[in-house]
Write a protein that binds this ligand. Sequence first.
Ligand code: PLP
Length: 367
Amino acid sequence: MLFPELETPAVLVDHATLLRNIQSMAKGAQAAGVQLRPHIKTHKTAEILRLQLEHGATGVTVAKLGEAEVMASAGANDLLVAYQITGEQKCSRIKRLQDQGVRITCGADNREQIEWLDRMAGTMATTFELAVEVNTGLDRAGVLPGEEAVRLAHAIATAPNLRFRGFFTHEGHAYSADSPERVAGIGTRASQALVATARDAIQAGLPVEMVSVGSTPTARAGAWAPGVTEIRPGNYVFHDRQQIALGAAAEHDCALTILATVISRPAPDRAVIDAGSKTLSSDRGAHGSQMEGFGNVQGPFPRRLIRLSEEHGVLAVSPDDPLRPGDRVRMIPNHACVVSNLHDWLFVVEGNRVTAQWRVAARGRVQ
Ligand code: PLP
């Protein structure tokens, strides 16, 4: 089938661009001597996971155990759950994954959680492996670098049923930078703070295997300090309009696009498409950043996607734009990671042809 014949709205993934993105990130990591543990929340598909593993990924990052379970059944056997796990059911699920031979490391950033996980691991006759999450500026989860992080590392390392693996941070505040230089500066400072924390921990006698940083813009800038052991970009497989705005990608690096159909041309300056917030999400950008509009609409005429209802997208067009109901438009979304989670299928395209259909197997796995 040719992709213009697909029923819409449809999510297209350009195979050549996807592969190029996967290979270039793997090459960059290899050249710098760091391991690559991509975050799969961006694609949530077994097929893309396998491409990442074939092309040099040494481990996998997820946010949720539901994602971990899907990725484990697709072949991932070394998972970082970059998230604070609490709750008895979650612990049973970790144990089940361990029993299947999957190595799983979870995030920790507070003493109550650590003490509780230690008790749960004891009850389940297992050992939970933990990494301390460090807040290097995003101000989401995580403890401050330095003393506080080392104290938690010590609490884990000395708990009878836990094993301390290292430190991780997500330098997502790079998304608020207004130039590639600032993105690089944020990446460098965040990773320096993490490396310094790891050194303090080593000096205190703690074994530190993992010094893990991660975001696409900082990884694309190669902005990590010596001493970092692994990087965890996620969005890089697809890129999106926000990565273009940050200078981390060009339009031709964007593998994921949305195909939509014009359903109405109610005014000379307005056209309406069949893709609204239930196709694109209302996300203006990652981590609360606020881009103008909702996507880059491709084509010879200036077309701005200015407004979304649930199932309608409003395009501002010029009166001489010939766009009519039934015409197709293709768009790069602001934030690709939330788009895949809204769809059952990714349609893989090579040139004009649809060559495969990949199920978004971990879509909606938020538990
Ligand atoms: N690591 C963690 C903990 C994250 O939360 C994210 C993204 O939200 C990433 C890595 C990947 O970052 P990016 O989406 O910039 O590729």
